[in-house]
Design a protein around this ligand. Structure first.
Ligand code: HEM
Length: 445
């Protein structure tokens, strides 16, 4: 099976440069004609997945739309009505299901999120600041003298050279291997995941072709990106760890049990008792583990830790949930300045992570993982207990894991995170962008 790489926007398959510099640029559409002009100007600049393994250029632009954006650009109602309910409603309206309540309520989200205010977005990624600025210039030139398109916000994101996110963990190590992407899976990637889990137009894990509404040109090789902007309270995380032990080893052990990896990125599964940072740089080793054969009960990698919740791998094999139906392709990056290690108190700057979850079925994939695995513990027989890193705390605030000599239970986990924005977006294929511009829907009608 071959993926139509020339028709797929690059971010679906391309690994980002590391370190990496990115921007989310968000626009609102007031005039359909202006929006089509914008897309017509940008479409030739959109980077495809064609040379994803060894990109010719270390920078790229991709385009996404919200449902409201597609409506405003003039896509007919009959097509719009056929989209999945999650995409149609928008993420803010799904807040109760997703656990975005209390301090994560959409009322507190950063503009323009949460008000259906954002309609079309550019995702710009580059290997250095200068390349990023060049790509951003293309975006700015494209809207120049266009009336009826408003630039609402630009959020700069990135991954520093040490690949650490704000809490100090190495990120970006595990990702699914997609059938047809080319090459061989790395150890630990498991069975290739059917392409229809991540791209429309291909067979999915249910044995069906993942499709979309309207004519095939509109949805083929497109997908959904569920975007989350999550604020991280780094000082509260550090103070929490400090309170867990009077020595650095003890603190790092708690941090590792919460994540399922030492902060270096070394998996607990491969090095249960002490960190082994030397294996992290080796892609043949840093993700080479599963749970079923020697840790089904979570003695080494706790059942409730972050990575085991969000991707239980083979650990639920004997249960009723089929983990293959809930895979996510992630692109996470930090916003805001890093809090210096030496800081005694918070510096007042807002900081966090923006995660783009690529999935062909946002209800069965992102929303399921967020609501059932991050914000509930039933699937691992832990009642309503939630994810120790990013779970909501209003229903449960403790974390427990097997330890020696006795099981450890930490009560009163602080709220380390708060949602600050969220959008279900559609990332059309390249032909679909042309179709949108050419008003292909008129012929369709
Ligand atoms: C503040 C928020 C978050 C932080 C700091 C964070 C951090 C991390 C880190 C450090 C890893 C391990 C590195 C790796 O496996 O590549 C990871 C893995 C992962 N995270 Fe998160 N994450 C956050 C939120 C989320 C959310 C909300 C979800 C899903 C709803 C999620 C889904 C995943 C998945 C699917 C993996 C891969 C696990 C695996 O394949 O073993 N993360 N995250």
């Amino acid at each position: 099976m071959q993926l139509e790489l020339h028709d797929i926007q690059g971010t679906v398959l391309r690994n980002r440069p590391m370190p990496y510099f990115g921007s989310y640029v968000l626009f609102s559409i007031e005039d359909a004609e202006a929006a089509r002009t914008l897309i017509a100007r940008l479409a030739p600049q959109v980077t495809t997945a064609a040379d994803w393994e060894s990109p010719r250029e270390n920078a790229w632009i991709n385009i996404v739309f919200t449902w409201e954006g597609l409506r405003r650009i003039g896509i007919p109602e009959e097509i719009l009505a056929g989209f999945p309910v999650e995409f149609k409603m928008g993420m803010a309206a799904r807040n109760k299901i997703l656990g975005d309540t209390g301090s994560s309520d959409p009322a507190y989200w950063d503009m323009p999120h949460g008000h259906n205010g954002f309609h079309v977005g550019l995702l710009v990624m580059a290997g250095n600041e200068q390349l990023k600025e060049e790509k951003l210039r293309i975006g700015h030139e494209a809207i120049e003298e266009l009336r009826g398109i408003t630039l609402l916000a630009r959020l700069d994101v990135g991954v520093p050279p040490n690949l650490r996110e704000h809490f100090g963990y190495t990120d970006g190590l595990s990702r699914p291997f997609i059938e047809g992407q080319g090459g061989e899976p790395l150890p630990g990637q498991g069975e290739p995941v059917k392409a229809g889990e991540f791209i429309l137009g291909y067979e999915n894990e249910l044995g069906r072709i993942a499709t979309g509404p309207g004519p095939e040109t509109f949805w083929k090789n497109g997908t959904y990106i569920s975007i989350r902007k999550i604020k991280q309270d780094v000082m509260s995380f550090r103070k929490f760890l400090a309170a867990q032990s009077d020595n650095a080893d003890g603190r790092e052990r708690v941090a590792a049990k919460m994540m399922g990896r030492w902060r270096s990125g070394c998996p607990l599964a491969l090095s249960p008792e002490k960190d082994n940072p030397s294996l992290v740089a080796d892609p043949l080793r840093n993700n080479d583990f599963s749970y079923y054969d020697n840790d089904v009960s979570g003695k080494i990698t706790p059942l409730g830790c972050h990575i085991r919740r969000v991707n239980p791998r083979d650990g639920l094999k004997d249960g009723i949930v089929d983990a293959r139906l809930h895979r996510l392709l992630r692109r996470g990056a930090a916003y805001g300045p890093m809090l210096p290690e030496s800081a005694a108190e918070d510096d007042g700057f807002e900081r966090g992570i923006v995660i783009a979850f690529i999935n062909a079925n946002p209800g069965r994939q992102f929303e399921f993982v967020q609501s059932q695995w991050v914000n509930d513990g039933d699937f691992i027989s832990e009642g309503s207990r939630t994810d120790p890193i990013v779970g909501r705390r209003d229903i449960a605030d403790d974390f427990a894991y097997p330890d020696k000599p006795v099981r450890k239970r930490i009560k009163g986990l602080p709220d380390f995170t708060a949602t600050r924005g969220g959008e279900h977006t559609f990332l059309p294929g390249i032909n679909a962008l042309k179709w949108i511009v050419s008003q292909g829907w008129l012929q369709h009608k």
